[in-house]
Design a protein around this ligand. Structure first.
Ligand SMILES: [Zn+2]
Length: 439
């Protein structure tokens, strides 16, 4: 059949007009068609090796200034500080989506005050847990790897030591070894976070009333199957100075009238080690440990203490990031979320309690992307860690902070990690009467 030139032009006109009307009412010409008509590079064929990178030295010309705080009028007696190690906004969003979809709301979503925390240390843009936790516990920046000392290796008093003198009772909780960097920054003063022989000694000598976590092997000499190089059996010493707990059931049967110090070591190393599951059925969750510490601390308040401070760490959110493991992350975020909810519920019932939830840094460079680049309408979402498969590292992005209760107004906007310490102290009704409520 012969098609005349006139008919061809007519069809062409119809197609062009249809396309014009179509695109003006929202129809988007498929990407690949647009690429046919443009000479620009397609992003479809690019790979992770083509990602936009800028390798540069970051100048540090400005001195750090402490954030100006709002004077808190209605003060808190108690602080519960929850640290999700390695927990950035992407980790929280991933947990939210995997648990119940984008309209789900996890515990931190119910906090009225939110802000951002900058995490760099004194000698690095990318912090480790030791220097970041030292910033939270002392208000001073230090070098990576250092605990409770400043960058010149000088002793810095931490928050638990400071408020203990004014009648407060302190607890530290962790799902890793209790000698690990984050809890250790609230109790010890050492040049290196790897000096666990010394950290565990300082833990036993400290004024911390309740210490719960893993790490029995750091209290046991090598010749008895532990990891201590100095061959001192600190577990024996712990039994003299503390009540030693080793199983979850002992948290339930505990006599809360007791005023003795408690150390709970529920695993040889960190809790919930999937590769060594032998003693892990006897372990408590983070929420159960926090519940124990809150119950114990409240009892101390009734018996004359001025208030309490609890630091509880969800340690393995960080390890899931290092391992680039989304399922691991989901489990650890669930464990942390349950503890956050308990703290929030307690603070709602006890209006003299400030709850602060934050992280020490982000780990893994977690991305949430559509299944196919730029095809946002796909129901599939891709979660991926972008700091290296199997060897993920910390990143320098700010972490979120959430607060509820008296003094929470200072945890909004952008804070340096050292500001968190000062904001916690500003919230607390410390008073000026020096007294120990426990020995
Ligand atoms: Zn880490």
């Amino acid at each position: 059949m012969k098609i005349s030139f006139k008919v061809l032009v007519k069809y062409l006109l119809i197609i062009l007009v249809s396309f014009f009307i179509g695109s003006s009412i929202g129809y988007k010409f498929p990407n690949f068609m647009i690429q046919l008509f443009t000479s620009k590079d397609s992003t479809l064929e690019s790979s992770i090796f083509d990602k936009d990178e800028l390798l540069t030295n970051i100048p540090r010309i400005n001195l750090l200034k402490q954030k100006k705080l709002i004077q808190v009028k209605r003060k808190a007696n108690n602080i519960i500080l929850l640290i999700g190690d390695g927990m950035g906004t992407a980790q929280i969003s991933t947990f939210r989506m995997l648990r119940g979809g984008p309209n789900d709301r996890v515990s931190v979503d119910h906090f009225p005050v939110t802000g951002f925390v900058l995490t760099h240390s004194s000698n690095a843009i990318i912090t480790d847990s030791a220097s970041s936790a030292t910033a939270y516990s002392t208000g001073k920046k230090t070098n990576n790897g250092v605990l409770g000392l400043d960058k010149d290796q000088k002793f810095i008093e931490n928050i638990t030591e400071k408020i203990h003198k004014y009648g407060f009772v302190n607890s530290l909780i962790s799902t890793s070894d209790i000698t690990h960097a984050t809890p250790a920054a609230f109790v010890s003063h050492v040049e290196s976070r790897s000096n666990s022989d010394e950290i565990s000694k300082q833990i036993l000598e400290s004024n911390i009333m309740t210490i719960l976590g893993g790490g029995r092997h750091f209290f046991t000499p090598e010749e008895e199957g532990g990891l201590r190089k100095d061959n001192i059996n600190l577990l024996d010493s712990a039994k003299l100075s503390h009540i030693l707990l080793t199983q979850r059931s002992e948290l339930e049967s505990f006599d809360f009238a007791s005023k003795e110090k408690v150390i709970g070591l529920f695993a040889d190393r960190h809790l919930r080690d999937v590769e060594n599951i032998d003693n892990h059925a006897l372990e408590p969750s983070l929420r159960e440990m926090l519940n124990f510490a809150i119950t114990r601390s409240s009892q101390h308040n009734k018996d004359g203490c001025k208030g309490f401070f609890i630091m509880a760490e969800g340690s393995q959110v960080d390890w899931a990031g290092h391992a680039n493991d989304i399922n691991y992350l989901k489990k650890e975020m669930h464990d942390f979320d349950q503890a956050v909810q308990l703290a929030l519920d307690y603070a709602k019932d006890n209006q003299n309690t400030l709850v602060v939830v934050t992280a020490d840094h982000e780990t893994g460079g977690l991305l949430i992307e559509p299944e196919f680049l730029k095809n946002y309408l796909t129901p599939q979402v891709k979660f991926s860690f972008n700091t290296g498969i199997g060897y993920g590292s910390h990143t320098g992005v700010p972490v979120p902070i959430y607060a509820y209760g008296p003094g929470s107004e200072n945890f909004t906007g952008t804070l340096d990690n050292t500001d968190v310490y000062y904001a916690m102290l500003e919230a607390l009704d410390i008073g000026n009467e020096e007294r120990n409520c426990v020995d």
